[in-house]
Design a protein around this ligand. Structure first.
Ligand code: PMP
Length: 318
């Protein structure tokens, strides 16, 4: 990853950003024993201080993932304090309001030495950060506009696996498919369930929603889909705004029949989908100023950037 020079929180203190020492026989290098999080700090409108969006949820998701990967995890307070320290130490890198954010990456891994297959005896928790602009470069009315392709041969998660938590190994199976999709001119892949190959799961690093009339649907997480924090926030915001929101099995037919489709995630925020290609057929969706996606995007980012009242206590000041 290309990174600005910044300070990294590791082993309970701030260190200059740089390489870390790791045993060749560490659990993370040999058995993929690691979980991570991604969150963003936005500059407040007055320019003084920053806002983190729902870091308590990131701490909780790391704890669930750590348990799945047989690791102890930092408490919510330790997690949030480390994130705050990293943001403060990197305040000079946070882009001006509206121009981007500081992306923060907490990482927990089995750093102890282990030769036979077993959890490592020691762990490392670190947090690093990098300034980021928009995740997807193609824009439409200020929002990213993306073209997805449905992949039903390669799967990112299987029932009983680790798809429901944010392990580092979840991303390895999709690297090649993702590269191929990009070479073929698509922005990202939409994965389907590995059994019937009929129900939507999620994109490579975001959750998926479809809109039909006043109804907004997203796949129920069911262990193979990451319960995105942005996903949960959009479900709440959309319900509060009077839409009927359903978490259910969403089929390819539902997708084809939708008025609008959008992806959500910390990096992608809320990105409207222009088209989805399925078995060579391209389906297009409504985009632009008067869409549900645009309305929800505004409501979400106004809270994240401190431009609207945070009635749900989602933001934490640094
Ligand atoms: N699914 C996957 C596979 C992801 O990597 C992410 C990004 N963390 C998401 C969904 C969206 O999650 P969140 O809204 O918490 O960023």
């Amino acid at each position: 990853m290309k990174c600005a020079r910044n300070d990294t929180f590791s082993s309970g203190r701030l260190n200059p950003y740089g390489n870390i020492e790791l045993s060749p026989s560490s659990g993370v290098l040999n058995y993929g024993q690691g979980v991570f999080e991604g969150l963003k700090a936005y500059r407040k409108p007055d320019g003084c201080g920053f806002l983190l969006f729902r870091p308590v949820e990131n701490a909780a998701r790391m704890q669930t993932g750590a348990e799945r990967m047989c690791m102890p995890s930092p408490s919510a307070d330790q997690f949030i304090d480390a994130v705050k320290e990293t943001v403060s130490a990197n305040r000079r890198w946070v882009p001006p309001q509206g121009k981007g954010s500081l992306y923060i990456r907490p990482l927990l891994m089995g750093s102890g030495s282990v030769l036979g297959l077993a959890p490592a005896p020691e762990y490392t928790f670190l947090v690093y950060a990098a300034p980021v602009g928009n995740y997807f470069k193609a824009r439409l009315e200020g929002l990213a506009a993306i073209n997805l392709v449905v992949e039903d041969e390669v799967h990112r998660a299987t029932p009983g696996g680790t798809g429901g938590v944010k392990t580092i190994t979840n991303y390895a199976p999709v690297l090649r498919a993702q590269l191929q999709a990009k070479r073929n001119g698509f922005t990202d892949i939409l994965y389907v369930d590995p059994v019937k190959k009929k129900y939507l799961e999620e994109a490579s690093s975001s959750n998926i929603f479809i809109v039909k009339g006043n109804v907004i649907s997203t796949p129920a997480t069911q262990g193979t889909i990451l319960p995105g924090i942005t996903r949960g926030s959009i479900i709440d915001i959309a319900s509060d705004s009077g839409y009927l929101v359903e978490e259910r099995l969403v089929s390819i037919e539902d997708l084809i029949d939708a008025d609008e489709v959008f992806c959500t995630g910390t990096a992608v925020v809320l990105s409207p989908v222009l088209s989805v290609t399925y078995h060579g057929q391209r389906f297009e969706y409504r985009t632009g100023a008067e869409t549900v996606s645009q309305r929800l995007y505004k409501s979400l980012t106004n809270i994240q950037m401190g431009l609207a009242e945070d009635t749900k206590d989602w933001t934490v000041e640094v």
